[in-house]
Design a binder for this molecule. Sequence first.
Ligand code: PGA
Length: 267
Amino acid sequence: MKTIVANWKMNVGIRESIALARGTLLALRGRMHVPEVIVCPPFTALADVNKTVARSHVTLGAQDIYWEQAGAFTGEISARLLVETGATHVIIGHSERRRLFGETDEAIGKKTAAALAHGLIPIVCVGETAEQRGSGQTEEVVIRQLRAAFAMTTLREKDRVCIAYEPVWAIGSGKAATPEDAASVHLALRRVFHESVKSGADALSVLYGGSVDGKNAYGFLRETEINGLLVGSASVKLQQFTEILHAAGEAIEGAEAGRRTGEAKKS
Ligand code: PGA
């Protein structure tokens, strides 16, 4: 399976969110191979988008969460409140939150624990800056972020988790990582996750994010190490996003065909 997450950021209001959700449903209609799709509108549009995608296999994610359950935390939204809107997923630790709002590894750990405690699937973002990449620290940085995100959590059998590898320098810059570089970071993340957070293969999806568009999506999606994509700017452009969804369908079809050939050879 491939997973496509649309991070609409603060770019759309309620009406535009509904239109994008409808467009997403249309883009998937009648297709043989469809990815898992999670749309993440601003908080204000969650409930309306939930109605639009009800009874489809598009699901709903929020862009952030606060770790306390309830109380005097003006402006914050807890897991319980998110679940009420119909959200099943939540993006945690996006680099914009780390950079612009001072989110620490510790806060991200608390948010991840709160999401999981309420049955939300966390989409935990990790990624290195250009400077860190330049000095060869990519793996060290993302592994530290990964460990911190799950430091306060003991995953149960049924828990699912997404990790999004999003190099900071690639976000919104038009300069994506190469699929090969992304796949090698994914491999390291998967190894550390299984060694130090939870073993067992089904629990984890590793996504790539950062300047994904309709043209480069397939190159990422055909890598077996890359379970899907987290898409920002191209996710609010319906034409681009449709191309990405179709690229995911092709990648799923290609992987199935590859598996069938492999099985035929074995038997
Ligand atoms: P981008 O953003 O696709 O616009 O680079 C990705 C993200 O911020 O999740």
